[in-house]
Design a protein around this ligand. Structure first.
Ligand code: BG6
Length: 527
């Protein structure tokens, strides 16, 4: 057994959001040699550690199939933090020796009962010789095809319960065993339901944390505060004042090295079912009765259940799918999707989706929600635009250059996080004119502090048992209940095209038509 740190922290560090100290625990990462662990999880844990927030009584156990020793695994993690999170490395470099002492590696196949028995023994030992209190946090950073097997094996080894407490040698009633499950959660409604059944046969719902990392983004949480901590927006946040709402999730990256997954999944499953729908629910939800996780999720589920299903015969009118062709991104040529490594040459997988959605409830009746998500678009930009209704065309309509544009409230999720509102204003001068101007609040200038990665917040919340930023069982099923019929209709339609768009453009013309057809001149608010 390698070194175990045994001191109790005198002043337990506190999670900045909740002001509660993070509890001691063992974190077990399945898929410890994978991309997510290297790019996101370890840098996030290192940053939390560097900020002095992690409990001293914590160990990270990497569980994976590849061959590593504790030492060689630590070296690999060091390199990946240096490569993928250089700023975090620079800031906390001196903290590395202390952090790396807490990392261990356990080689095993995911279906080897022996591997889990051994893991249990190791965790029990750690619990008994340090003050981890038996708390366990399992992170499934593995492909979805491994989830069932890992969950079954955890159950068979009795790892769905907390471990022993050092003081009593028994299970502490306040200890926890939690499991974080990465997206994609299933690939359609039936598989998501089946996965929920499997998970809930082993863990209680309150032990299960389904990740959608967009919920951990600072500005996504600010949608909630912006709406419910200000008196001036709620009265106009409805069909009487809002003309349409647009959610854009644009990326410049292509399929990268994930063709094996993406070519089967496509953009609708990859980005819309999870991230884009979550953004929509936060914009459209009613105020919850409290900040309790279930109160918030109850309201989000109501929005998802109010989405009007797109009927098969409407599929071409309400949805657009497309795939990127050759083009230029940031002045560099990029290849067509179907020629990318690992993609089938005749692939018809969509890398771009645009949808017109309707939230059929009292607040939003008649307001279209347009959603678009795409890879290889001209810039990385996730934002929500709320376009308000036009003013009556009485006072300014006669002006030759009548620049009276609608008010648009923009919530910039990333990059350049902030909120702006487009207003009409009179420019100085003798003539009466109206020009569009922007009131802009950027996070960087206003708060001056660096924005932390979403995974930092989500890992801390999972340790604390704060579930508000995780997706509940009925929520993920409600997402799929909306998305699955679209996938089915696309598969069955003989006429629904997969448009092409040049990489580095905002997608196919069909996505422009989607808005213009509803109201001539209506357009996407590109920046
Ligand atoms: C992931 C998707 O969930 O989110 C990826 O699987 C996508 O395809 C990524 O690139 C985008 O995340 P972010 O935080 O960079 O916007």
């Amino acid at each position: 057994m390698t070194q175990v740190i045994q001191s109790y922290p005198l002043h337990p560090p506190a999670h900045p959001a909740t002001e509660k100290p993070l509890p001691p625990c063992n974190i077990i990462i399945f898929g410890a040699t994978g991309d997510l662990t290297h790019r996101k999880l370890m840098p996030a844990l290192f940053a939390i550690h560097g900020q002095g927030l992690l409990s001293d009584q914590m160990h990270i156990i990497g569980f994976a199939r590849r061959e590593f020793t504790d030492h060689s695994y630590r070296e690999e993690i060091k390199e990946s933090i240096q490569t993928f999170a250089p700023e975090i490395w620079k800031e906390y470099e001196s903290d590395w020796p202390k952090f790396s002492d807490r990392i261990f590696f356990h080689r095993s196949e995911f279906d080897s009962a022996h591997g889990y028995t051994w893991l249990k023994k190791r965790l029990d030992d750690l619990d008994l010789c340090s003050a981890t209190c038996g708390n366990r946090l399992f992170y499934l950073a593995t492909p979805p095809s491994n989830t069932s097997e890992i969950v079954k094996q955890l159950s068979a080894a009795g790892l769905n319960n907390p471990g022993p407490d050092r003081a009593t040698k028994k299970m502490n009633p306040n200890a926890f065993a939690r499991i974080i499950v990465e997206k994609p959660f299933g690939s359609d409604l039936a598989s998501a339901q089946a996965l929920n059944v499997e998970l809930k046969a082993v863990f209680n719902e309150h032990q299960i944390y389904r990740i959608d990392h967009y919920l951990g983004k600072e500005t996504v949480q600010n949608i909630f505060v912006f709406r419910f901590a200000n008196a001036i927006f709620e009265p106009i946040w409805n069909q009487k004042y809002v003309d349409n709402i647009q959610v854009t999730v644009a990326e410049t990256v292509g399929v990268e090295n994930r063709a094996g997954y993406f070519d089967h999944a496509g953009e609708l499953r990859d980005m819309v079912q999870s991230h884009a729908l979550q953004l929509l629910t936060l914009v459209a939800m009613e105020p919850p009765i409290s900040l309790d996780a279930n109160a918030i999720r109850d309201e989000k589920v109501k929005v998802l259940k109010s989405l009007r299903p797109i009927a098969d015969y409407e599929i071409e009118q309400f949805t657009v799918r497309a795939q990127y062709d050759t083009g230029m991104i940031e002045s560099k040529p990029v290849p067509a999707y179907h020629t990318e490594k690992g993609v089938a040459p005749d692939s018809s997988t969509e890398t771009y989706v645009a949808l017109k959605m309707e939230v059929q409830n009292w607040r939003w009746a008649g307001v279209p929600f347009y959603i678009r998500a795409g890879k290889r678009l001209p810039k990385r930009a996730t934002e929500i635009n709320i376009q308000f209704k036009n003013i009556p065309g009485i006072l300014f309509a006669h002006m030759a250059s009548s620049g009276v544009e609608p008010n648009v409230l923009t919530i910039r999720i990333q990059p350049d996080e902030g909120i702006s509102i487009r207003l009409g204003a009179k420019p100085p001068g003798p003539r009466m004119k109206v020009e569009s101007v922007e009131l802009d609040m950027t996070y960087g200038t206003t708060f001056g502090s660096q924005i932390h990665d979403a995974y930092e917040r989500l890992l801390m919340d999972a340790m604390l048992g704060e579930a508000a930023l995780f997706t509940r069982d009925d929520e993920v099923e409600a997402e799929w209940a909306y998305i699955s019929p679209i996938i089915k209709a696309w598969g069955e339609s003989e006429t629904m095209p997969v448009h092409k768009y040049s990489a580095g453009t905002w997608g196919p013309d069909a996505s422009v038509v989607l808005l213009d057809r509803d109201s001539p001149g209506r357009r996407w608010w590109d920046r």
